[in-house]
Design a protein around this ligand. Structure first.
Ligand code: NOJ
Length: 533
């Protein structure tokens, strides 16, 4: 809730957003799983770090086959996390510290024990018969078409009671809702209002690009690039994903959001950069922030990074506000890809680009992927589609708060293991003034202190010699960001005079820079305030 934002209703443009998977954040009762009381006990940390909003992965009642993305009751808290009273306490406690709360909205599918599905699957004549996607068998008695589940095998499951198949984009236990049915839309809007009325500041819409599937149930064509990819990628999902009609669902969800003041709608979209524009909406507003993972997918070098950043900015419609995501519960830890030294450079890039930064719990301590022994694997994707190195548990391991064996996460036995060999913790890094945690905190503070870093325009500078450079400008305030992507020193020249504001090494004083060049040490990034004449 930055009071420096020019327009409070667009608070999310100035915000730094932190993703939390509550099951792995802080356990309060020793059952080895994080919970709401634990999260409340860590609000001091969130405040200290300086984040403006947290996004929680699902906390609703769920059998938890898919990290809670299989929901049995949208309007109840999963008992392992706590109660609605605790949830209300969480909202109050976060808001008291000026931190906003974003929940995950999972409108595409429920769990198969949700009462809607129980009723829908009981008979083709039930009142909710048309709430899910049902289809008759093909002539040979098999599934209606060739659609594949993202979690392996056919996306159709036979239901004896109806003598029909139902469609599931993900697990068999996650039937897809039928978004063509206005009753389903109305039911989801009631769910949204339930939480918005309790003070939630917005939603991240799960799987927002797949809400509608082809009405003709046409087969997906073969994917020419399938070699070496997991079996669910055998087809190009043109008739199941990113259908044009899906946009009307997002518009509908946005209307609900817009009936409350200052709420945020962000969403998981599977498009490439060139598709991102339409998720923002043209005639009618869609997502405020279609999450953009391009930094995760780009080779870690100055030129490809600059090309990807430019391509993204160029793809945005005029009114669109950019967004950058560097971690998440589905994404491989970026620190494992770029290494500890460049993770600091990445932090500076994230916090100085134009657009809302999102990072994931543990990124701020430079957390890498945690090795999960095969017998401890929980991710259903890895169980069903093993062997492609795509298991998501290494990212979902519990937070490491201190140096104790379970990292201060739990007094019991953690639901997923932490690093076997210790690993760096929040407490250790809090007492090291040059830690990556200290850097994240300093960068968040710098962004808050300088309007040009939050709202300013972005202008690339010619990158060469492993150096990625750009300017951010707001009125007469200008910042120059120069990032050395190499593990060797590099010199950078520019015209003008400036004052160094921050180095990723956290060891340079903030002082005037005497001439128009700077020697960057290995893996060093700097932010320089330029003197505008
Ligand atoms: C997207 C979520 O981010 C992911 O974790 C989940 O497995 C799928 N949706 C299915 O719910």
């Amino acid at each position: 809730m930055s009071d420096e934002s020019p327009d409070e209703s667009a608070w999310w443009q100035s915000a730094v957003i932190y993703e939390i998977a509550p099951i792995s954040f802080q356990d309060s009762n020793g059952d080895g799983k994080g919970d709401l009381a634990g999260l409340i006990s860590r609000i001091d940390y969130l405040k200290w770090l300086g984040v403006d909003a947290v996004w929680l992965t699902p906390i609703y009642r769920s059998p938890f086959r898919d990290l809670g993305y299989d929901i049995s009751d949208y309007c109840a808290i999963e008992p392992a996390f706590g109660s609605l009273d605790e949830f209300d306490r969480l909202v109050k406690a976060l808001h008291a510290e000026g931190i906003r709360l974003i929940l995950d909205l999972v409108p595409n599918h429920t769990a198969n024990d949700h009462k809607w599905f129980v009723e829908s699957s009981s008979s083709p004549n039930s009142a909710k018969a048309d709430w899910y996607i049902w289809a008759d068998a093909a002539e040979n008695g098999g599934p209606p078409n060739n659609w594949l589940s993202r979690f392996g095998g056919s996306a159709w499951e036979w239901c004896e009671a109806r003598r029909q198949y139902y469609y599931h984009s993900f697990l068999v236990e996650q039937p897809d809702l039928n978004w063509r049915n206005p009753q389903v839309r109305a039911a989801i809007s009631e769910v949204m209002r339930f939480w918005l009325d309790r003070g939630v500041d917005g939603f991240r819409v799960d799987a927002s690009a797949v809400l509608i599937k082809d009405a003709l149930l046409r087969d997906n064509p073969p994917n020419p690039g399938a070699a070496g990819k997991p079996p669910p990628q055998r087809h190009t999902p043109v008739f199941t994903d990113d259908r044009p009609e899906t946009m009307s669902c997002i518009e509908f969800i946005r209307e609900v959001i817009d009936s409350y003041p200052a709420r945020l709608l962000c969403g998981e979209v599977q498009g490439k950069t060139d598709r991102i524009g339409h998720f923002y909406g043209t005639e009618r507003p869609r997502l405020h922030l279609p999450l953009n993972f391009v930094l995760l997918d780009t080779p870690w070098n100055a030129l490809p990074l600059q090309a990807a950043i430019d391509a993204y900015f160029n793809a945005l419609p005029e009114h669109a506000w950019p967004v950058w995501v560097v971690g998440g519960h589905d994404k491989q830890r970026i620190a494992s890809k770029v290494g500890a030294a460049q993770m600091r450079v990445l932090a500076m890039l994230l916090m100085t680009l134009r657009g809302t930064p999102f990072f994931y719990m543990g990124d701020e301590i430079g957390r890498k992927r945690v090795t999960i022994p095969p017998d401890r694997i929980r991710d259903p994707f890895e169980k069903l589609v093993p062997g492609y190195g795509l298991c998501r548990d290494p990212e979902r391991a519990p937070m490491r708060w201190d140096a104790s064996p379970h990292g201060g996460f739990t007094k019991g036995s953690p639901w997923l293991p932490l690093e076997a060999d210790g690993g760096t913790s929040v407490t250790e890094q809090q007492s090291d003034e040059r830690s990556i945690l200290a850097l994240f905190r300093a960068l968040i503070a710098l962004r808050r202190a300088h309007a040009c870093l939050r709202q300013g325009g972005y202008a690339p500078l010619r990158s060469h010699n492993d150096v990625l450079a750009y300017k951010r400008t707001e009125g007469r305030n200008e910042a120059l960001i120069v990032l050395n992507i190499a593990a060797e020193p590099r010199k950078w020249h520019w015209r003008g005079r400036g004052r160094l504001l921050l180095s990723t090494h956290l060891d340079r004083p903030s002082e005037p820079l005497p001439d128009a060049s700077i020697l960057l040490r290995a893996n060093e990034g700097v932010v320089i305030a330029l003197e505008v004449r």
